[in-house]
Write a protein that binds this ligand. Structure first.
Ligand code: GLN
Length: 464
């Protein structure tokens, strides 16, 4: 822990962390030492990790990157944090990891570049936004950009992230690390500050599939009393099949993932990786996910709709920012929310309220739900012909900070390859497979059928 705390300090320029607190970390480290001395052999005992600031933590502030939650301190740990770390009274003792601090993210996880972070760091000074360690003029991806940058720069051996529409896989791709979003429901959403509840999933981001498997085994598990969508399945050892042969593995290649929008340098790296899989004995099968393009409009209706509902809790009353001057209750709500939420968050709340409103609900929200079902069916058709699906995680390498200007749609369009699996609730992984223009990392995305995380980790591990 001391080693990583020192590195975090000397690499403050990356702005990967939003909060560090040496004493809090070292207190957890001493507790882990005591467990170790007592003969405890919890799987991550003493391993330092860091958490995306979307997870609430008792020992560190939790802001979700938003001014709305500046200075907020949760009275409890998110289930994922508790399971990886120190446990909770009714959660058992926890896997024993030690928290290094909280990692930067786009405000309320809405974004693809980590440029929309609206809070200053606590514990040291750092100039936002987060920089990509491979080229500090580039974005690390988002919304789990702080997690990806921290792991890539070796400021933490592993980190948590969350993925609603790609926020683990795309930053993993941009920063040359491995990240996996499990099947929807595998990880409890309790204590994960909600963005779009039917899509939000937690997952690990680490240097390898092997490390991801260790963390995933610890963080998944039922939590039905607190998250009714958590799956009632026993804990699983995701490391068990890492070394299985991929001989005969049928890898589906969706032709829609290799269209005109895919940059040539990314395509070259992906093609080379697929050749490598053929050498390992895998078989490439062409498949079709015909509604891929529709994933963008469908996601950008459903996610804002759910966000507009989830974010209504930030009204300046129970917690969060409250405006200083106001005339009455309504004025207090309006001013608190206008001051506390950034531009992108406000945009999504407005889109969400619009698509849910009387007169538009049928035309937008209901229609989007229908297409969401069709997208999920398309995957089931595809899985008749293959075991996993492979393609790029993102259409380009990391772009320049400020490169998309004030055009939010440019960011939305770049989510095309991650959104389909998110809408279907399928597990997805990104592993580094090479470099594109400017020596920037390229990630290969692997998508599995429901509950097939072990297969994805196995395929990634064999490559690595
Ligand atoms: N880029 C997508 C969005 O802005 C995905 C974000 C996420 O997965 N949290 O909504």
């Amino acid at each position: 822990a001391q080693h990583f705390l020192a590195r975090i300090k000397t690499h403050q320029n990356l702005a990967a962390f939003l909060a560090v607190d040496e004493e809090a970390t070292l207190t957890q480290a001493r507790a882990a030492d005591a467990r170790l001395a007592a003969g405890d052999s919890a799987p991550l005992l003493g391993v330092p990790i860091a958490h995306k600031d979307i997870f609430v933590t008792r020992d560190f502030p939790s802001t979700a990157g938003s001014k709305m939650l500046t200075g907020y301190r949760s009275p409890f740990d998110a289930t994922v944090v508790a399971r990886l770390g120190q446990g909770a009274p009714d959660q058992g003792p926890g896997a024993g990891a030690v928290t290094l601090g909280k990692l930067s993210c786009d405000e309320f996880a809405m974004g693809s570049s980590n440029e929309a972070v609206a809070v200053p760091a606590v514990g040291f000074s750092s100039a936002t936004p987060v920089k990509n360690p491979w080229d500090p003029a580039r974005v690390p991806g988002g919304s789990s950009g702080g997690s990806a940058a921290a792991v890539a720069a070796r400021l933490a051996p592993a980190a948590t992230g969350t993925d609603t529409g790609g926020s683990i896989r795309q930053p993993a791709s941009f920063c040359g690390i491995t990240g996996i979003k499990p099947t929807y429901g595998r990880a409890s959403r309790y204590g994960m500050i909600a963005y779009a509840s039917s899509l939000d999933q937690a997952g690990p981001m680490a240097r390898s599939a092997e490390d991801c498997a260790l963390l995933l085994s610890a963080l998944c598990g039922p939590d039905l009393d607190r998250d009714s969508t958590s799956l009632d399945l026993p804990a699983e050892d995701f490391s068990r099949g890492l070394n299985d042969k991929v001989d005969g593995l049928r890898i589906g290649i969706p032709k829609e993932f290799f269209g005109a929008g895919l940059a040539a340098d990314v395509r070259a790296a992906i093609d080379a990786a697929l050749k490598e899989y053929e050498k390992l004995g895998a078989k490439l099968v062409e498949i079709s996910l015909p509604r891929t393009e529709l994933a963008i409009p469908v996601y950008y209706i459903i996610a804002p709709a759910e966000a507009s509902s989830n974010l209504s809790r930030f009204d300046g009353v129970k917690f969060g920012h409250r405006a200083k001057d106001y005339t009455d209750l309504l004025d207090m709500y309006k001013k608190s929310r206008s001051e506390g939420f950034g531009e992108e968050v406000q945009r999504r709340i407005m889109i969400g309220a619009y698509v849910l409103s009387h007169g538009y609900y049928d035309a937008y929200y209901l229609q989007a739900q229908k297409i969401r079902r069709m997208l999920a069916d398309d995957f089931q058709n595809a899985f008749q012909h293959c075991d996993v699906i492979a393609g790029p995680a993102a259409p380009s390498v990391a772009w320049q900070i400020g490169g998309h200007g004030d055009d939010p749609v440019a960011d939305y369009l770049a989510d095309i390859y991650t959104l389909p699996a998110s809408l279907a609730g399928l597990p997805g992984l990104s592993l580094p497979v090479g470099f594109g223009d400017g020596g920037l990392p390229v990630g290969l995305q692997l998508i599995g059928n429901y509950l097939q995380e072990a297969k994805l980790l196995n395929a990634a591990h064999r490559y690595q």
